[in-house]
Structure formats: structure tokens, C-alpha cells
Design a protein around this ligand. Sequence first.
Ligand SMILES: [Zn+2]
Length: 415
Amino acid sequence: MLKYVQDTKNDYVEFLKKLVSIRSYSGEEKELSECLVEAFKEIGVDEAFTDGVGNAVAIIRGTGEGPNIVLSGHMDIVPEGNVELWAPFKPYEPEIVDGKMYGRGTSDMKEGLAAVYCAMKAIMENVVKKGQRLSGDIVFCGVVQEEPAVMLGMKYFLEHTMAEHDIKCDVVYIAEPSNNNLTTGQRGKMELVVKTYGKCAHSSAPEEGINALEHMIPVLKAIFEKDGITLLEDAAGKTCLTVTNIEVKPGGTLSCIPDECEISIDRRFTPEQSDEDIIGEFEAIFAKLSAENPEFKATVEPRYFDMVSWTGYEEKARKWHPSWQMDRDNEYVVRAFKALNGIGQNPKEQYSKGGTDGSMTCAIHKIPTIIYSGGEGSVCHKEKEWVDIEEAVKGYEGYVAIIADLYGLDIALFD
Ligand SMILES: [Zn+2]
């Protein structure tokens, strides 16, 4: 292990403990955001601030030649669930037992935020404060509200903060848990709302109405029988779809034939499939059904949520993660492997089934994106979440190596 990283391992652990002890639910990241901004100011970066949506941003400015990189991670955590299931641990009082730190957000993803912070501190102390400037900017972005799957913080950063603060970006690294492997793509996810329509009537005379629930039956049948649905394979196997909710209006115990029925569909798809393809499948199913029954009427649209951040910023956000996959020959992917191999790490290339902000950075904004950190993927969102300290510190070391390689720094500066 690089000597500088070995010598600062305790600082890393203490910083991680501090982050875990701040309970940062989605929409309640104020304290954590301000803590990160303060920490970056202490190490003397050029700029550190919270942006309009509440993201924590810090910048080490280079000479402008590039590459300009963004190191990112979400600040929010999911709730701890039943605290009794955490015993003998407490979700916000991190403790280390047998080399593992227990606490909510240890792996997802405060270890990643701490790794990126410590790597930037390593650059400040060993490079910038010694009078050497980097050829490009290093920008930290701790984002708000990633967990609700609407990418609110990252979207705001890319669409507002970058222009307002003259930030350029050639590549994004996301420090989500990857067990120190390189995650270079992810499956697409979309939540769809399908509604069927009818006509209200008294339920003592159903023949006078049109029951919207009855019209949903052939739609459900098509979904469960995958009739008219194309499920392609990706690096994580066959994609899927399912129904996660059903509601009728007017509902409850009223003696009323419902004139509206709504279902929620969770659809996973591959990079070859566009939004239009996914939505078009349902439109084709509806066209077939209305040809058979002129009374059949249905609509399909993506699910939107009204989001409010801790700063009061409001946006109608879409529950949507388009899929993405980096080319193995991409310069930044090749260099990340090389840099990590250079310090004795042997990462695998992997692909994520779940959603990350990579959908916003890579799929929508077309910026090369790589996910890397020492977090443990299998414990996320569960009780007694933990991170292995050695693995987490390796992730910190990995970021030092990746940055050193990108800017042509001698790795011996950290040894
Ligand atoms: Zn996460």
C-alpha cells in the first residue's frame, strides 16, 4: 500500500465515522452537505460551496489543459428500518468490530465519499501545496436525493451548477460500492403508469357503466404472458418487467363502478432499447385491444414525482434510469484498469442491475462514467450494513492512483 495512504488510514476511518454519524435521509442532507463543504475548505481547495439544490461541491483548479474530472457520490441514505434488527449496533453510532465498520450508509455510500475526499486531500498535500498545478480541474460533487431514483442532485449539477461555476467535465467517477471492481454499465429502469378508462355507474346496475378494472385484465395478461413485450439480454442476464401496484377510482367501499384503473409497471431494459421502444410496446398492445373492443381506452406514460430538496428547490422528476455501457476500449476505462493494476489491485469489469447516477452522466449527458469504490454491494439498504475497512482504504488508494495516472503524477509522491 502507498505509504501516504497507510499513514493517513486513521484519518480516513475517523472521517468516515463522522459522515456515518450524520443521519442524511433523502431531502435532509443539509448537515452532511455543510460538513463536507467545511472539510474541503479546511484542506484548502480553490472553491467549496453548496449549490442551489443542496449538493456539496469542491474544486481544485488546474491549468485548463485537462482532463477535467468529476468525483461524485450521493449523500443521502435510505432509512435504517427496524433498529432492533441492528443490535448490538446502532445505525448512527458507527463501531468497528473485526475490521468492519457497522452503520447505515457505511457501504452505500459514505465510504466512497470519504475515499474521494481523502484522495483529494492527498493531492492537496502532496502536489498542490508543494507548488505543482494539475493540468485539469478535479471537482467533487456530493449529490442530494439519489436514493428516490430520480437523480435530482446529479441532474441539477450537470444542468445548472456546471455552467454557473465554470465547471467542465471529461469523465465522471462515481464512488458507489463496487467491491473495488470497475462497474462500467448498468441496466435501464423505467417506471410506467398505465391507466384504463371506463364509465361510472351504480354497482347494483353494472351494465350501465364500463368497468375500468375489467379493461385492465387483458393488459395485465399481456404483461404477465410477455405478449408483445421484448425482453432482451444484457450483461446481467435477461431483462424483466413486472407490476408493482394497482388502484381504482372511485375505490374504497363505494357502491360504484370504477371509471379509472391504474397500474405501476417496473420495466428493466438494455442499452439497445429506447424510451420510445418501451412505451411503444404498450401503445401497440392498446391498439390491438381497442381494435377488438371499441370501448377499450388506455394511456401509458412515465412516472413523475414532485421533488423538493433541502434548499427548497422543486422539480417534477422522472423515475427513470436509462441504461448505459462503457466501451472496454474507452481511454478512461483502460487507464483506470492500468492505474489500479499499478498499485497491485486486480479489479474485474462488472455491470450493475440496479440504478445509479451513471444514467444521468453517461446515458443522458454522454460523459464517460466509471463506478468504483471499496464498498460492499451486498449489504446496501439492509440492517447491520457494514464496510470492510481494508477494502474501503484500498478504494481510497485506488482513487489516488487513478488521479495520479490521469495527471501524469509520479506515484512515488505518495509513497
Ligand atoms: Zn448508493
